[in-house]
Design a protein around this ligand. Structure first.
Ligand SMILES: [Mn+2]
Length: 458
């Protein structure tokens, strides 16, 4: 599959020589090391100390986050009044770890608690009307959404009209209009002055728990065990490991290595990892994909079942199922990747095209994202892999560094039923009759916008 694989190295500029010299002196370290630090924004002794010795006291006050006071108060009211609380999250690793974290904490305070993970294929990403209707039918009056919800303006309104309140914990970029939730925690809100905005969705969930604990005098030692889930989300969501994330990741790794929750044990075992020596890379490449596999082949609910499991033998059973899914997935994705590559090679204008768009109605919808990533590796072009599900064409898109894929898809929005995502990864749904026109327009937008600096000199 190695088709002219070349990579372009982007070397960060050297640090400011005066700053490098000063830091090297202050720390009594070599210029090479000082230079690496300066390039990461570390310029003083104190900043270096925080970098090398992450300290829990450096976690930011959760109440610096806009709406934290309202969130904590509403949550407490629900607990005190015995309201039914629904924890709602996405099916990916960030979403399922976030749900598991908040669930693990809240079940010590109330038993009127349930979690809901939307079906990836039936309901798609984020909050769904189906989920809200389920909450209404089952008498839930408070929904805590994790890793999603910031764009669900109409859905939150719909819920509110029917007596269901929302606390949103998200880390995605909001639109101009915010949902009318009781509280909307999102460090990327324009009016939120929280000092760090690159938390994972699970990280925002942790801040809610931390805020609650702080207000109601629950000692930090009672919640620090939850950090094992936060580090999994940080690694899997690829948020930057600086500032508060560095502290959370450091103590999360410590937790995983010293006393991992029961649900992580089978993942560690099945990944063949050395207990007590687990690194961020092990999470990115081994544990994360296994958790994801559950959401891809079955339901994200299985992942939460596992991560919140209290008994080791139950955990082993669920873990084995998830692992089987992961192996199935690997075989399927290999097969489909080969088919897709053949398809690309046979297309007459293959050399000239600046994008890759492939469609086969028979492909498994659970692996199109991975196949798209493999095609990006093979051809280094913005790529869309599509299949058919419930009579509609849908699939995943992946980009190359520097190219805004989301923008290109958005420019075709009149041809789409639905789409969502960000600069490098997106999902989309369209009617089959619009496929050719979409594919042509996407190609022409990519061809127009992509500049040489994104592409390789093949
Ligand atoms: Mn996320």
């Amino acid at each position: 599959m190695n088709v002219n694989m070349e990579r372009k190295w982007i070397v960060k500029e050297e640090g400011n020589p005066a700053e490098v010299r000063k830091l090297a002196q202050e720390l009594n370290v070599d210029h090479v090391l000082a230079n690496l630090l300066v390039k990461r924004g570390i310029k003083t002794f104190d900043q270096a100390k925080n970098f090398f010795r992450p300290d829990l006291s450096k976690l930011h006050d959760p109440f610096l986050m806009k709406d934290m006071d309202k969130a904590v108060e509403r949550l407490n009211k629900a607990i005190v009044n015995g309201e039914h609380i629904l924890i709602y999250g996405d099916y990916d690793v960030d979403g399922t770890t976030a749900v598991s974290l908040v669930y693990t904490f809240l079940r010590t305070l109330t038993d009127k608690l349930e979690y809901y993970i939307p079906d990836r294929y039936d309901e798609g990403y984020g909050i769904s009307y189906k989920g809200i209707d389920w909450a209404i039918e089952n008498k839930y009056t408070l929904v805590i959404s994790l890793d999603c919800g910031i764009k669900a303006v109409e859905k939150v309104e719909y819920a509110k009209e029917r007596g269901v309140d929302f606390i949103i914990c998200d880390h995605h970029l909001p639109d101009d209009q915010l949902p009318k939730a009781v509280a909307t925690l999102d460090p990327k809100r324009e009016d939120c002055t929280y000092p760090f905005d690159d938390l994972s969705g699970c990280g925002v969930g942790f801040k809610l728990v931390q805020g609650y604990a702080q207000k109601y005098n629950i000692p930090f030692e009672k919640i620090s065990h939850l950090l094992d889930l936060v580090v999994v989300s940080i690694a899997a969501d690829l948020v930057s490991v600086v500032d508060e994330n560095r502290v959370l990741a450091f103590y999360g790794l410590k937790q995983i290595n010293e006393a991992p929750r029961k649900g992580l044990l089978p993942m560690i075992k099945l990944s063949g990892l050395d207990k007590h020596k687990i690194s961020i890379d092990d999470i990115v490449f081994k544990i994360g994909p296994r958790i994801n596999a559950a959401g891809r082949m079955e339901s994200g609910r299985t992942a939460v079942d596992l991560l919140t499991c209290r008994r080791e033998d139950d955990a082993d059973k669920i873990g084995a199922t998830i692992n089987e899914h992961n192996n199935d997935r690997k075989n399927i994705d290999r097969e489909i990747t080969l088919e897709a590559i053949n398809m690309v090679k046979q297309s007459p204008d293959f050399d000239k095209r600046k994008s890759t768009v492939v469609y086969n109605s028979q492909w498994h919808k659970g692996v199109v994202g991975i196949v798209a990533s493999r095609l990006v590796e093979a051809y280094y072009k913005p790529t869309i892999v599509l299949t058919n599900s419930n009579g509609l064409v849908n699939g995943s898109a992946r980009s190359i560094p520097g190219f805004d894929l989301y923008e290109a898809i958005e420019a075709c929005s009149d041809l789409l039923v639905n789409f969502g995502g960000h600069m490098y990864a997106a999902g989309l749904t369209l009617k089959e009759e619009n496929l050719q026109e979409f594919s042509d327009r996407f190609e022409s937008i990519v061809a127009e916008k992509i500049t040489k600096r994104f592409l390789l000199q093949l």
